[in-house]
Design a protein around this ligand. Structure first.
Ligand code: F6P
Length: 327
């Protein structure tokens, strides 16, 4: 018979996302109501390998609701890709008397969590990545806040772009995913969106600029380029600098890590609180090998091997809509 879960650990891994702190807080508060101790692992998988643990209680997680980032710290730890790193991590957890682990993070982090589960250590993930590329999850923690941040910046750029009749090329985050770029493009009325999923050539970009309507009262042209697009933002700027279009000159803005910071918005706060609650309950019920989050319109547990499959949220119909709205 399995022994009851008395002590669990939580870590945040990979790119931080607004809402991770709320997920940590929810883990602590939910676990405490079941009489379960919670240990925080500092610095993601790096801290797991080093045994860098800290006890968490209600006081430690007070006043973190409004803070972006992660109070536990995060890392991208190559040693955790190796068997030795994983085994060291499990040995540290067992030595500390921990019965189960919650991993808050995106694709790479959940691959690591899957390995821990396969090595026999009870592990449950919480879907959290601004890239929104975890398969079957509608929205992961951080996406909504990151999108709103990007949108605010795009609206500001539109003001200056209109004033100078300029083209702006804006790079948004998304290593392998064009989700942020596509959704921000649709929401801001961008003229063109370049994603890794639907690559666009330099010739196509030039043609779109050249044929942009000239009868607009404040002509400008905004091109959003996802970080992972094969045609890079800087190349796009070079390619359109001297195009004979209804605007003159082009400027580059890279929003970068700005999108990862900031106070989490209400959607991310509730998403984080509820996904983490589900993860704790799953561990207490003796489950392992799942990711908790919003999937299929409800809070669900999705097997790790499904969650880390390549995702296809940027669809042809979204591309079509963005072109219609941006024309
Ligand atoms: O995974 C989220 C993300 O923000 C990606 O969009 C981006 O490519 C990457 O992290 C950047 O990683 P780092 O913080 O290691 O530079």
């Amino acid at each position: 018979m399995k022994r009851p879960v008395k002590s669990i650990a939580v870590l945040t891994s990979g790119g931080d996302a607004p809402g991770m702190n709320i997920a940590i807080r929810s883990v602590v508060k939910v676990a405490r109501t079941h009489g379960v101790d919670v240990t925080g692992v500092r610095g993601g998988y790096r801290g797991l390998i080093a045994g860098d643990f800290t006890p968490l209680d209600a006081e430690k997680v007070s006043d973190i609701i409004t803070r972006g980032g992660t109070m536990l710290g995060s890392s991208r730890e190559p040693r955790f890709l190796e068997d030795a790193g994983k085994r060291d991590g499990i040995a540290n957890l067992e030595r500390a008397g921990i019965d189960g682990l919650i991993v808050i993070g995106g694709n790479g982090s959940q691959s690591g969590a899957k390995s821990l589960h396969e090595l026999g250590f009870p592990t449950i993930g919480v879907a959290s990545t601004i890239d929104n590329d975890l398969h079957t999850f509608e929205m992961s923690i951080g996406v909504d806040t990151a999108l709103n941040t990007a949108l605010e910046m795009l609206d500001r750029l539109q003001d200056t772009a209109s004033s100078h009749n300029r083209a702006f090329v804006v790079e948004l985050m998304g290593r392998n995913s064009g989700y942020l770029a596509m959704m921000a493009g649709i929401a801001s009325g961008a003229n063109l969106v370049l994603t890794p999923e639907f690559p666009v050539t330099q010739d196509e970009v030039v043609e779109a600029c050249r044929t942009a309507p000239r009868d607009h009262s404040s002509p400008h042209f905004i091109i959003i380029v996802a970080e992972g697009s094969p045609l890079k933002a800087a190349q796009v700027v070079d390619g359109i600098q001297d195009v004979d279009g209804p605007f003159s000159g082009a400027r580059l803005t890279v929003l970068g890590h700005v999108q990862r910071g900031g106070t989490p918005l209400v959607f991310d706060r509730t998403l984080a609180a509820r996904s983490a609650e589900l993860a704790v309950r799953a561990l207490l019920e003796g489950k392992s090998g799942y990711v908790a989050g919003l999937s299929g319109g409800e809070y669900n547990l999705v097997p790790h091997e499904v969650a880390i499959q390549p995702d296809v949220k940027v669809t042809e119909s979204l591309v079509r809509l963005s072109r219609v709205l941006g024309a």
